[in-house]
Design a protein around this ligand. Structure first.
Ligand SMILES: NC(=O)C1=CN([C@@H]2O[C@H](COP(=O)(O)OP(=O)(O)OC[C@H]3O[C@@H](n4cnc5c(N)ncnc54)[C@H](OP(=O)(O)O)[C@@H]3O)[C@@H](O)[C@H]2O)[C@@H](O)CC1
Ligand SMILES: [K+]
Length: 516
């Protein structure tokens, strides 16, 4: 699993190549970057070998600069008296540029990687393909990677990946044919999106990021729009309660309840909105559910709001600045009408969070949802999981471009956010948040225990609670995803949705510690 914290920006492979290029154009030799990259790899390998008393290292080198890093790391490890073998996919004489120069610094034997033997090896360094991977791997290289993975599974020996496990697409996280299963990955300058997106993330093991002499000022020209979802990315937008503030200054969220036999989800969302810091939260309940909701609430207020007219009347109070609906609301026309009431123009700004049954209800009429969002009196956040996303944005089912390049969850979320004009939280182990202006964040880690009933309802509530406090919507959605994961991590195994709510104070403590 990834280890954070990481530098905030995430790059595509094209952006990373540009960072390399800009650095080299500014007068830093490509070989100097490669030496530093290799030194980081050698340091990771040494730490592992010392810990495990291992001695024998096999470095697998590919046809580009990733292979170049491998040759230099091999030389460095041999100078520390480890027993190092190098096996390459192509003869060193066929290499070009920095990779050729790097290979020339290795004066030992170079074996043919496609027939190399793993027997007795303590550690493999995977320097086959990095950010230059351009197509699916097939033929002898694919067979080699399959043999390598089988060796690891059988012997439980370890693999360190140079930059990214070979076969993982650095931009999309897709597996291009086959991919190395690494135990750790040492990347350079900034993580790539493919390190955090599934399935790529699962191939990386623990990820570390080394500084190799690329200055962060190159990012001014590259202007990345994707960020690791950690407090560095959105902490500045947090609204912490002030000493002189009162509850109305922290906003008033309304959460809409389903009917009498479907009330729990909305109560989870409402309680989570309070814990996320909303000053007041009202549960808008149909008359038939009052008797169920009333005894189950304490700090959340209860108001009857029957149908779209009832909700419109409730929202006439201009202090109610956020409305959340979807959890257990029921799928169908009634649900769509409630959403239209919630998003109806209003003299005061009012944000909305739409989840669950709302997303399914509009699956057959996405244009209608788009129109309601366009006329809404404030920002809108949609929080689909994979199934809801696929239903609502079925036009975006393609996973590859016409040229065969994978289209990532990140790009699909970004396109959908632009298309619908709302911030989208595409949930999953690699939750992506994207804004219509192109900004996006990816959650670097989430406990599998978060996949539990009601977890999504709690997330909806946290987003609503942060929006109520006036947080900018992309930051609010990203922060909510982070807090949700942090609370779950704090609780640990056995988690149920109620525990996420109860552990939000721990997430707040972690968050405020990063801000001081
Ligand atoms: N100076 C720098 O820039 C620095 C770069 N650094 C390091 O360089 C790495 C990037 O290097 P890179 O751009 O040379 O790409 P890399 O990943 O080695 O592969 C390209 C080669 O693979 C080939 N190929 C592609 N796909 C294939 C496939 N499916 N099956 C078979 N072949 C395939 C492709 O062939 P082609 O497409 O040209 O036919 C080409 O020959 C980066 O990850 C980092 O480790 C660091 O040292 C810091 C300084
Ligand atoms: K690699």
């Amino acid at each position: 699993m990834p280890h954070g914290p990481y530098p905030p920006e995430l790059l595509t492979t094209a952006q990373m190549a540009r960072a390399d290029r800009l650095t080299i154009e500014s007068g830093v030799a490509g070989m100097a970057l490669m030496e530093k990259a290799a030194a980081a790899i050698a340091a990771a390998a040494t730490a592992f070998l010392v810990k495990t008393a291992g001695r024998r290292v096999l470095v697998l080198c590919g046809p580009g600069n990733n292979g170049g890093d491998g040759y230099v790391a091999a030389r460095m490890l041999r100078s520390q008296r480890f027993k190092v073998r190098v096996a390459a996919l192509v003869p060193p004489e066929s290499l070009r540029g920095d990779a050729r120069e790097a290979a020339s610094t290795w004066d030992g034997r170079v074996e043919d990687a496609t027939s190399c033997d793993f027997t007795g090896v303590d550690l493999v360094i995977d320097a086959l393909f990095g950010t230059g991977l351009a197509r699916d791997i097939d033929g002898p290289a694919a067979v080699l990677i399959e043999r390598l993975n089988a060796w690891r599974a059988e012997t439980r020996q370890k693999i360190i990946a140079v930059d990214i496990p070979s076969g993982v697409d650095g931009t999309s996280g897709a597996i291009r044919g086959v991919a190395v299963q690494a135990d750790s990955t040492v990347t350079f300058f900034r993580l790539k999106c493919g390190h955090l997106l599934l399935p790529g993330r699962l191939r990386c093991g623990a990820i570390s990021c080394a500084h190799i002499g690329i200055r962060s000022t190159v990012l001014q020209q590259i202007a990345p729009q994707t960020f690791v979802n950690e407090p560095d990315a959105w902490g500045a937008a947090l609204r912490l309660p002030s000493v002189e503030g009162h509850k109305y200054a922290r906003g008033h969220a309304v959460v809409v309840s389903g009917g009498a036999s479907h009330t729990g989800a909305a109560r989870l969302a409402a309680t989570a909105a309070l814990r996320a810091g909303a000053g007041l939260v009202t549960l808008a309940t149909p008359q038939d559910a009052v008797a169920v909701n009333a005894p189950a609430l304490t700090s959340v207020m209860l108001r009857v709001a029957d149908g779209p007219a009832g909700l419109s009347a409730l929202l006439e109070d201009r202090r109610k600045n956020v409305v959340a609906l979807g959890p257990a609301l029921g799928v169908g026309e009634d649900c769509c009408a409630l959403v239209e009431a919630a998003l109806a123009p209003s003299p005061e700004p009012r944000a909305a969070v739409l989840d669950a049954d709302v997303l399914t209800s509009f699956a057959l009429a996405p244009e209608r949802l788009k129109e309601a969002i366009a006329n809404a009196p404030g920002p809108v956040v949609l929080t689909p999981h994979g199934g809801e996303f696929a239903r609502l944005f079925h036009g975006q089912r393609w996973e590859r471009t016409l040229s065969g390049a994978p289209i990532s969850k990140l790009e699909r979320t970004r396109d959908a956010a632009r298309e619908v004009g709302a911030v989208i939280v595409f949930k999953g182990p690699d939750t992506v948040v994207a804004a219509p202006d192109g900004r996006a964040s990816i959650l670097p880690h989430a406990t599998p225990w978060l996949a539990t009933a009601g977890s999504g309802d709690v997330l909806t509530g946290i987003v609503a609670g942060l929006l109520a406090q006036g947080m900018e919507p992309f930051a609010a959605a990203s922060c909510a995803v982070w807090m949700h994961a942090a609370a779950a991590e704090d609780f640990g195994p056995g988690l149920i949705a109620d525990d996420i709510i109860n552990h939000l104070p721990a997430a707040w403590r972690r968050l405020t510690a990063t801000q001081s």
